[in-house]
Design a binder for this molecule. Structure first.
Ligand SMILES: *[C@@H]1O[C@H](CO)[C@@H](O)[C@H](O)[C@H]1NC(C)=O
Ligand SMILES: *[C@@H]1O[C@H](CO)[C@@H](O)[C@H](O)[C@H]1NC(C)=O
Ligand SMILES: *[C@@H]1O[C@H](CO)[C@@H](O)[C@H](O)[C@H]1NC(C)=O
Ligand SMILES: *[C@@H]1O[C@H](CO)[C@@H](O)[C@H](O)[C@H]1NC(C)=O
Ligand SMILES: *[C@@H]1O[C@H](CO)[C@@H](O)[C@H](O)[C@H]1NC(C)=O
Ligand SMILES: *[C@@H]1O[C@H](CO)[C@@H](O)[C@H](O)[C@H]1NC(C)=O
Ligand SMILES: *[C@@H]1O[C@H](CO)[C@@H](O)[C@H](O)[C@H]1NC(C)=O
Length: 676
């Protein structure tokens, strides 16, 4: 009885995918389920890939994009923590043009069946744990433009067949365990722009044909065991040619290379593999493929026309965007300090836009020039270029640290930025703040001045800036900070007794914040006086030793004025904004002191909400009523009273009556640190 409806349901479900064949949709659901269970055996990541779905193409499957005919064209699942294998079944998704599976933990081999994807242009399998050979069949993919297999554990030779990939512009094979010689056939890749073979076990010489490729911009062969004469033609790509740590390379006009001896010179002949490799076992030497390239000229032309078109479009959009924003900004500045709710809404959209763009898998195409050309400007002569450069990160590094800005690593978003957790190659953990360029100061010299200031700030109570990276191409800047493990001060307010801070820790945090502010306010040889202007409990980070670190110091020096205004709304709502700001519209040291006073109140009361009434109404003598009940009396009343007094002075209505931070510091120093 009860079985019948179930059976009907089951049948209906079975038939659903097929009934959808009457529509244009041809996506085979059971095929997608096979792909899902292989990529994500535990079903933790692709739970949205439901076997009950009527139409996988209706945007309900994460990472799946279809064309109008209902065929899967993109699978975009980078940085998702996938831990399975690449299923051979993917080869049946005939219309696939982009397969983005990089920055995962996939293991197993690269299936030869992928080569059945004749429409595939982008294959990103980099930064996984793939092993085995690179399938030679990949050479048969007529539309492949980007082949990213770097940072895996691939072994064997580079297949000579890759020389048939007529449209290939990026071939990234670095950091694998590839051996054998560099196939001379790679010299037939007329569209090749970037070739990275570094950190492998390749030997033999550099094929001369490779050096003559017309579009080649980057050739990286570092850390291999290559030998023989380096073709002089590579001089042309200048710094794009990286060859360090190949003990037996030689050549003229390359710094750090010795002059070739007679026997080595032989290798510069037409032979693909010179004398230097002749003693090696023959099986390790791939035969050179004699690939014809008919029609290569034609396709190159249309290809570069398309690239030029794309670049123009991007530039046009960026210029239009910048223009309308600076116009908008000027309008806002005229209005002055008045808060406008539009500010926040617009900048949220900007931040979303910035971070949506981060997800584009095509970005790494530009990674060879991740350095910001901004920094090479001449008109900022006061800059110590060296200091700035020591702070520069490569876009590539930022991308791999955050696993391609993966959602998993998103720590938070504010109205104008997104913050990601990341791990640098040296193993250290960082927080990376991503700011869209349109939120930044539009004058580049001002922006650079701000960056210079940020790099000059060093104090034990300020969050350390490790570096930055600006990408004009992406319209984004990234600030790389130390990662702080215990969150911000807000996490310790409004909590239950078990999680509340003890008394000595509260005093320690208050003193630490004051020290940080004192450092900012003091002018020193390497830094001018700086007003933080946005101090709040949220900006106070707590490290593993409960040391407070003030974050975002100097950040407003990078941001456009309207963005700065919009950030203030939050602090106004929380009561951190000094009353005179509304009349003068200016920040001073005394407005920082005001915000600090509010934080003392918060720490004493253990509550994030402080109203003027409950702090200024409180008589100092009855301060115990104000103190956090979670302390259960475990605090020194005299100390609490002194701190309360400091807080009252700091939050005085009139800035002239507030002490400066030096005086505050003196008073705080009079309170012993370790007593209870
Ligand atoms: C769907 O995919 C499965 C598994 O690959 C295959 O066996 C089946 O024939 C396909 N069905 C259709 C209608 O293409
Ligand atoms: C799919 O169907 C099964 C059984 O028919 C059910 O248990 C499951 O909850 C359904 N999943 C979704 C996402 O609807
Ligand atoms: C897509 O289809 C699923 C059922 O298969 C449905 O729950 C969902 O609302 C649909 N989404 C859209 C955007 O139509
Ligand atoms: C597939 O990805 C490419 C490259 O990112 C993109 O240009 C294209 O619009 C995507 N197609 C769909 C249907 O999302
Ligand atoms: C491959 O792409 C071309 C051009 O976009 C298209 O006409 C063709 O139908 C695609 N092939 C498949 C199998 O989807
Ligand atoms: C797909 O590729 C495999 C291995 O390269 C091959 O044996 C098979 O015939 C191909 N299938 C189709 C349908 O082209
Ligand atoms: C690169 O080569 C140098 C010199 O041979 C060596 O010291 C270094 O460890 C190598 N680096 C890697 C990552 O293999």
């Amino acid at each position: 009885m009860a079985l019948l409806p179930l059976v009907t349901l089951f049948l209906a479900l079975l038939l659903l995918p097929f009934s959808s064949l009457s529509q244009p949709s041809t996506t085979n659901l059971s095929l997608l389920m096979a792909i899902k269970s292989s990529l994500d055996p535990q079903g933790l990541v692709l739970s949205s890939w439901s076997p009950n779905a009527t139409d996988p193409c209706n945007a309900s499957f994460v990472g799946l994009a279809c064309n109008e005919q209902g065929q899967v064209v993109n699978i975009t699942l980078q940085g998702r923590g996938l831990s399975g294998k690449i299923p051979p079944e993917i080869g049946q998704l005939k219309s696939l043009s982009g397969l983005y599976l990089h920055f995962n933990k996939l293991h197993g081999v690269v299936p030869a069946e992928l080569a059945n994807l004749t429409n595939l242009s982008d294959l990103y399998l980099n930064v996984n744990n793939l092993f085995g050979d690179i399938p030679r069949q990949i050479g048969d993919m007529p539309n492949l433009q980007v082949l990213q297999l770097c940072y895996n554990k691939l072994t064997g030779n580079i297949p000579t067949q890759l020389g048939s990939l007529k449209k290939l512009s990026v071939l990234a094979l670095q950091s694998n365990q590839l051996s054998g010689a560099i196939p001379a056939s790679l010299g037939d890749l007329m569209m090749l722009n970037r070739l990275d073979l570094s950190f492998n076990r390749l030997f033999g010489s550099i094929p001369v044909k490779l050096a003559d490729l017309p579009l080649l911009k980057v050739l990286d062969i570092r850390n291999n065991t290559l030998s023989g004469n380096v073709p002089l033609a590579l001089k042309r790509i200048d710094e794009g040619f990286q060859y360090a740590n190949n003990a037996e390379l030689c050549g003229i006009n390359f710094p750090s290379l010795g002059i070739c001896t007679a026997s080595a010179q032989d290798t510069n002949g037409p032979k693909p593999f010179g004398a230097a490799t002749s003693h090696l076992p023959a099986k390790d030497i791939p035969e050179s493929a004699n690939v014809q390239h008919n029609g290569g000229q034609q396709s190159r032309k249309s290809q570069s026309a398309a690239v030029v078109g794309l670049v123009c479009l991007i530039v046009a959009v960026a210029v239009a965007g910048l223009f309308s924003f600076s116009w908008y900004r000027r309008q806002k500045q005229r209005i002055g300090s008045a808060f406008d709710s539009n500010d926040a809404r617009l900048s949220t959209d900007q931040a979303k836009e910035a971070c949506r763009r981060s997800a584009s898998p095509l970005i790494s195409l530009e990674y060879s020039n991740g350095w910001d050309p901004l920094a090479k400007r001449q008109d900022v002569s006061s800059f110590s270029q060296e200091v700035l450069e020591s702070y520069m990160y490569n876009l590539d590094e930022v991308e791999s640290a955050t696993q391609y800005f993966s959602e998993m690593n998103l720590l938070g978003k504010s109205s104008f930025s997104a913050i990601y957790k990341g791990m640098l190659r040296d193993g250290s953990t960082v927080a990376i703040k991503c700011i869209s360029k349109i939120s930044c100061k539009s004058d580049e010299a001002d922006f650079l001045k701000g960056l210079k200031l940020l790099t000059s700030l060093k104090h034990e109570n300020l969050l350390r800036l490790r570096g930055f990276c600006c990408s004009k191409g992406r319209g984004e800047c990234f600030l790389v900070y130390d990662f702080v493990s215990n969150g911000n001060l807000l996490h310790y307010l409004d909590v239950s007794a078990g999680k509340a801070l003890d008394w000595p820790t509260r005093k320690y945090i208050i003193k630490g914040i004051a020290k940080g502010i004192e450092y900012l306010h003091k002018s020193q040889s390497h830094k001018p006086t700086l007003v933080h202007s946005n101090i709040s409990a949220e900006k106070v980070l707590i490290d593993q030793h409960y040391n407070p670190l003030l974050s975002d110091s100097g950040l407003h020096k990078l941001l456009a004025d309207d963005i700065v205004f919009s950030t203030l709304k939050g602090s106004a709502a929380m009561g951190y904004l000094a009353p005179e700001y509304t009349t003068t519209g200016r920040f001073t040291e005394k407005s920082d002191v005001y915000a600090f006073g509010m934080i003392i109140f918060q720490i004493l009361s253990g509550k994030s909400r402080i109203t003027q009434l409950n702090c200024h109404g409180a008589e100092i003598s009855r301060f115990e009523d104000f103190i956090d009940a979670n302390l259960a009396g475990k605090f020194k009343e005299s100390e609490a009273a002194r701190l309360g007094e400091v807080a009252l002075l700091c939050t005085h209505e009139s800035p002239n009556h507030r002490p400066d931070i030096g005086a505050v510091m003196q008073e705080l120093n009079g309170i012993p640190s370790s007593s209870c």
